[in-house]
Design a protein around this ligand. Structure first.
Ligand code: PMP
Length: 330
């Protein structure tokens, strides 16, 4: 055999073994992610409000385990990881970074996460603890697209400058919302015994609301989907206000599946978060925002079955919520 052909074929074999090794590990993680509890929180105006406790996910204790594994799995299947290319780089407001870091450690892959400067020290420490490299750029609570020096721009530069980097871009990647078409959506459908009428969710990348809504509408087109945005100049980690930042691309491409939009102020989201703490749910601020929005929708829709998510725990937003309780200004 020609020596070049031989070298090429042995490289192919090793990359096949590479993929098999990683995919087996991904399967192991996939079995542990999802199937989170759905709990009845309240009845308002004859409408039941349920929350899916996404902090039961094992890697980041957040909803972002689902898209992290879905995107990594697709990348491995596409052969993106090679002997040379094995550093995953991503912009994150925190939870995807933690999920990536944990998964990376388990798979034996390197990760580099760029987070916005406004994100608290707790988040920085949690991502660093996974062994991933963390860089900070001046940016808002959810990395903003279009900002020249923001987290996404930094990731783009790192990716373009270094051929070893793999950037899956959670803001545009269809495997982000596919995780919810295949997991979260079907789980809600069966956990509500097909009774769900309304889904109410805050939006960061839009992956969660788009994936869940697409699945639920495929089962029952009458199900209503309500997107929730925080106020302008907000302090809700992981979410976006579209007049400050561009509409996320995943939402822009799937706008037809979302029926209504509402806005929730920081004050209402923080109040709702502390209300949930007092009820025994030690959740983050986007859970408070989701819950406040679900109550608002319930008040206008008698006899509905509403489902929202509690996307994470208070671990990333504990200090800011406590400051709110103590009446400190941000
Ligand atoms: N809440 C929290 C705490 C998050 O980290 C995120 C992810 N940015 C979201 C909500 C929104 O999820 P998605 O990106 O799927 O819209």
């Amino acid at each position: 055999m020609n020596v070049f052909v031989q070298a090429e074929s042995s490289l192919l074999v090793s990359e096949e073994i590479f993929s098999k090794f990683y995919l087996e590990k991904i399967q192991h993680l996939k079995q542990k992610i999802g199937k989170t509890p759905l709990v009845h929180i309240d009845t308002v105006n004859g409408s039941s409000i349920y929350a899916k406790l996404e902090y039961y996910n094992p890697l980041s204790h957040s909803v972002k385990d689902r898209p992290a594994i879905s995107m990594l799995e697709a990348a491995i299947k596409q052969g993106l990881i090679t002997a040379e290319k094995s550093t995953f780089v991503e912009a994150s407001s925190g939870n995807l970074g933690i999920a990536y870091g944990q998964a990376g450690k388990f798979l034996g892959l390197k990760t580099l996460i760029v987070i916005p400067s406004v994100v608290g020290k707790e988040t920085f420490n949690r991502i660093s603890a996974t062994g991933t490299a963390v860089e900070i750029t001046p940016d808002g609570y959810c990395p903003l697209r279009n900002e020249r020096d923001g987290a996404i721009a930094k990731v783009k530069d790192l990716f373009l400058d270094d051929p070893n980097m793999i950037w899956l871009d959670q803001y545009t990647n269809e495997n982000n919302f596919r995780a919810h078409i295949e997991g979260t959506g079907p789980e809600i459908w069966s956990q509500t015994e097909k009774e769900v009428t309304t889904i109410v969710l805050g939006v960061g990348t839009g992956g969660t609301i788009v994936g869940i809504t697409r699945y639920l509408k495929s089962e029952n087109p009458k199900i209503e989907s309500v997107g929730v945005q925080p106020q302008e100049n907000h302090h809700i980690q992981g979410l976006r206000n579209f007049s400050e930042s561009l509409e996320p691309e995943i939402v822009r491409r799937n706008r037809d599946v979302i029926d209504n939009w509402i806005k929730v102020s920081d004050a209402d989201a923080f109040e709702a978060t502390t209300y949930l703490w007092n009820k025994g749910y030690l959740v983050g601020t986007s859970s408070g925002l989701n819950y406040f929005a679900a109550r608002k929708v319930a008040k206008e829709n008698k006899g509905s079955t509403l489902v929202t998510l509690f996307p994470d725990t208070c671990l990333n937003s504990f200090k800011i919520t406590q400051d709110h309780i103590l009446g400190k200004s941000f």
